[in-house]
Design a protein around this ligand. Sequence first.
Ligand SMILES: Nc1ncnc2c1ncn2[C@@H]1O[C@H](COP(=O)(O)OP(=O)(O)OP(=O)(O)O)[C@@H](O)[C@H]1O
Length: 272
Amino acid sequence: MLDNSDSYVTEDGRTIGGVVMEMKNITLRFGGVIAIKDISFDIREGEIRAIIGPNGAGKSSMLNVISGFYVPQEGEVLFHGKRRPPMRPYEVARQGIARTFQNIALFEGMSVLDNVMTGRLNYMKTSLFSQALWKGKAEAEETENREVVEKIIDFLEIQHIRKTPVARLPYGLKKRVELARALAAEPKLLLLDEPMAGMNVEEKEDMSRFILDVNDEFGTTIALIEHDMGVVMDLSDRVVVMDYGKKIGDGTPDEVRNNQDVIDAYLGVSHD
Ligand SMILES: Nc1ncnc2c1ncn2[C@@H]1O[C@H](COP(=O)(O)OP(=O)(O)OP(=O)(O)O)[C@@H](O)[C@H]1O
């Protein structure tokens, strides 16, 4: 059993640190529907943590609790050991949390480059007024933002489409641009909402590789939700399994794969 402060080195040589986020006895209701029922788990620094489960299990609800978008009726979310109060989206971003969406949320008419630049909005400190007064400062800020964005565009291998309007891109590339925009915020914790949904096998392989590379290269902690159990097993350090709002499994991919409750849930065996 791991202690909160323990760190360990994975088989592929990455260091997983202490707990960055802890969900304690979270319950979330929508009227009479219980979307999340008394769930606890944690996310450790540097790990890839997946939350999986069949349709309607409560995964999206959980991602929205992690991102601060939903405030649970019961339980608490601890971020770096402190209870996190309800926050506006920009406050979440300032805490170093960025996310992608299941239904891609990009500006379709804008170029790839401009979309990725919007990920830097939180770093654009200079107001219009001071831009007018101190042109040099605004220019330096713009250069710095461009450098970060160009590095990410290179890293995700989307140089060839940097001027292309997003609307013209195939689905798999749009998902990659969304990842690029989230990375432009230089998050400490990156939340991915079904990053592989709707992709063909080749696109899924590409996305898996990029997720692993992001984690390895930038040390970004990643939490992702996925419907498809197969795609996250090779990717994740630890997996939480949800079914009907409850947690039915939590552990390494091997532990989860051999958990009878998990096998039953995926085969559609009912639970009381
Ligand atoms: N905004 C909402 N209002 C009312 N009920 C909701 C809302 N969001 C989710 N629910 C309900 O909460 C339960 C969990 O839904 P959620 O979308 O979190 O599951 P999921 O595991 O992400 O499902 P899927 O894989 O289909 O996206 C479902 O019964 C759903 O109908």
